[in-house]
Design a protein around this ligand. Structure first.
Ligand SMILES: *[C@@H]1O[C@H](CO)[C@@H](O)[C@H](O)[C@H]1NC(C)=O
Ligand SMILES: *[C@@H]1O[C@H](CO)[C@@H](O)[C@H](O)[C@H]1NC(C)=O
Ligand SMILES: *[C@@H]1O[C@H](CO)[C@@H](O)[C@H](O)[C@H]1NC(C)=O
Length: 602
């Protein structure tokens, strides 16, 4: 088996790091000089050139700094003080552990009527700290794009029965050799039907092919119960952003398999609460045998689907041929669709499509039986708001039909902020990422190495602000996608992120993130620690959670004030991360903490 990367990575970030860390310091400091020196300049290239001489004159000083930094850390980790004791590894039963979804604990606590399957973090607190370890035969995922089609069997939890019964279009997979699962093959070995399906949907909404989705305003898709992500993978290849959302599953998880393939996915439920997305977020909501009983609960789930759909957006339902007679699945929904101003567009076999109105007045008209618009607070600010029997988003200035959307993002009061954060991050990452993205450091201006050196696919920005990191990655043409997280209680910029066609979600970082272990290759947080400390939550829990969601040999990049960064470095040592603090050396108290998670087995 070919896995040479392992060795290359451990050579660089192995036990003898000073030289490599020097390079990292060198690159990072120049990055930060650019980052903080860029506010007065608008052209990236000119900024780079103007700082180049500074980099070289500062080089010797940085080298010394890095060496002393390393010595200091070594003395810390060899441990005189007892509070730096390493955190133990969790037991084998936690290999695929997702906090907050313990059904038996939820039942014991009295949750019922489906709510036992919902997220209840209050019941999983107060557990002893431990590091979730990888399964015994865990292997680093194959790099993108091959990793999108082939995953390692041992990395996910799936039973033989689930494997054998996977037959539906979006769930098709195949065992290759004995340790890999394949979802697709270019030589047509596996016929998955997803392309034909996507084409059919395009035709049903009046397009000549699915290549026209973007022109027709369909850019972001929420794929509920996504199978193993094959439909989403196809949409991504058409440059759409498809996010998979499915319930927590103990085995054969759709979310775990999708993320393992490098496809955007998050655990989420239609039970009693609103989804952690603002109103008017998606151009299309798709459900192929997703298991949601849309006509139940007085149509509340449909109202929620309506809330997150943009005006003129599409709701697509695909049923199985065995369980439904033609039309019978759609008719209860059809009745309700009129109450929420949806128009039935087309049916072909088991596929049904509705379109949300573009007329916000439709809901407020005096028509009988139409669900009224919501009053008061328009958009959700937390992940725990109950479903509400009213229509959201009608008074929003984001009420713009998807067919009319201009290619530019909305310019509003955040525009200046947005531009500067985008520029800063673009510069910052163009300099910092060469180390992370390749097996050898590179100078600004060098070409990026070709795959397979590019080992980063799933990125989480824990404090995404305006999505600047995501934009920077796109601009650098990295084949990554970013889960842009907007912490609850901060300025809610999520609508601005989603309106750029990015993936994003609201989340309270005092709680675990709804994902499986080892699902991200990199987590990044700028300014989160400071905000977090002021909220009074445990930084240790936060870093342990980062460790849980990060795959072995994944990266953590934290940028913050010196106080929180020093504290985080102490904890990083306990979590056994390879950690380095980088000082800006410009008199500011801003620091960078760059860490790599080790590949621990026992
Ligand atoms: C789930 O909750 C039950 C009952 O409280 C407990 O015994 C069990 O250990 C929990 N499981 C996990 C994985 O935490
Ligand atoms: C959308 O575009 C169409 C055609 O370009 C135009 O007639 C219509 O008024 C626009 N609607 C809105 C809400 O801007
Ligand atoms: C150092 O960088 C910070 C970060 O923005 C900046 O505000 C500050 O002006 C810089 N300090 C000096 C002395 O250049």
């Amino acid at each position: 088996m070919r896995r040479p990367l392992f060795h290359k990575f451990s050579l660089i970030f192995g036990p003898r790091p000073p030289w490599n860390w020097l390079l990292l310091c060198f690159v990072s400091v120049s990055a930060l000089i650019v980052l903080f020196g860029s506010s007065s300049s608008s052209a990236f290239d000119s900024v780079t050139f103007s700082i180049k001489s500074d980099i070289y004159t500062n080089y010797r000083r940085l080298k010394e700094q890095a060496a002393s930094d390393y010595l200091e850390l070594t003395s810390l980790s060899t441990g005189s003080s007892s509070h730096l004791k390493e955190i133990r590894l969790c037991g084998k039963e936690r290999e695929h552990y997702v906090p907050c979804y313990n059904v038996s604990a939820n039942l014991l606590a009295g949750f019922k009527d489906g709510e036992e399957f919902d997220r209840h973090c209050e019941l999983t607190r107060d557990q002893e700290d431990c590091l979730v370890r990888p399964p015994r035969d865990y292997k680093t995922p194959l790099s993108w794009p091959l990793g999108g089609d082939v995953i390692w069997n041992a990395n996910v939890k799936i039973t033989k029965d689930q494997f054998l019964s996977s037959g539906s279009m979006t769930k098709r997979l195949m065992l290759l050799e004995e340790n890999q699962i394949s979802f697709h093959s270019d030589d047509g070995l596996i016929f998955d039907g997803v392309k034909e399906y996507s084409h059919q949907i395009a035709e049903m909404i009046g397009l000549s092919s699915d290549a026209e989705f973007l022109q027709a305003g369909v850019r972001t898709v929420l794929d509920i119960g996504c199978g193993f992500g094959s439909f989403g993978a196809h949409l991504l290849s058409l440059k759409l952003m498809a996010v998979c959302m499915a319930a927590y599953e103990l085995t054969g998880s759709q979310v775990q398999l999708s993320l393992e393939r490098g496809l955007p996915a998050i655990i989420g439920n239609f039970i009693s609460r609103k989804l952690p997305f603002p109103s008017l977020s998606y151009d299309m909501v798709h459900c192929a045998q997703c298991g949601i009983l849309w006509d139940k609960k007085d149509g509340m789930f449909l109202i929620e689907a309506d809330r997150i759909l943009k005006p003129g957006g599409y709701f697509i339902l695909h049923g199985s041929s065995s369980s439904t007679k033609k039309g019978s699945m759609a008719s209860p929904i059809e009745e309700f669709a009129q109450k929420i101003c949806w128009t039935f567009i087309a049916q072909q076999e088991e596929t049904f499509i509705w379109q949300k109105t573009i007329d916000a007045l439709c809901y407020s008209s005096s028509k009988q039986g139409v669900i009224p618009p919501c009053r008061g607070q328009e958009d959700i600010q937390s992940s725990y708001q109950p479903l509400a029997p009213c229509i959201g988003g009608t008074a929003s200035k984001r009420w713009i039909p998807i067919q009319n959307r201009s290619s530019k993002i909305q310019q509003d009061e955040f525009y200046d902020d947005f531009e500067s954060s985008r520029l800063a991050l673009r510069n910052y990452w163009s300099l910092l990422t060469p180390l992370i993205f390749s097996d050898h450091p590179k100078r600004p201006g060098d070409e990026d190495p070709l795959p397979p050196y590019n080992m980063i696919r799933n990125v989480m920005d824990m404090n995404a602000r305006y999505g600047g990191l995501n934009a920077a990655f796109l601009e650098a043409k990295k084949s990554v996608w970013v889960m842009n997280v907007v912490p609850t209680g901060t300025h809610n910029t999520l609508p601005l992120i989603l309106d750029q066609g990015f993936a994003g979600v609201l989340h309270d970082w005092c709680e675990p993130f709804p994902t499986y272990p080892r699902t991200y290759d990199m987590v990044h947080a700028n300014g989160l620690l400071s905000d977090f400390i002021s909220k009074g939550c445990s930084m240790k829990s936060l870093l342990l959670e980062m460790d849980r969601i990060l795959r072995p040999e994944g990266w953590v990049v934290l940028s913050d004030k010196v106080g929180p960064i020093e504290k985080a470095r102490m904890i990083a040592t306990q979590i056994r991360w390879e950690a380095r603090v980088i000082d800006l050396e410009n008199g500011s108290d801003q620091r960078l903490l760059v860490c790599q998670k080790p590949f621990l087995r026992k």
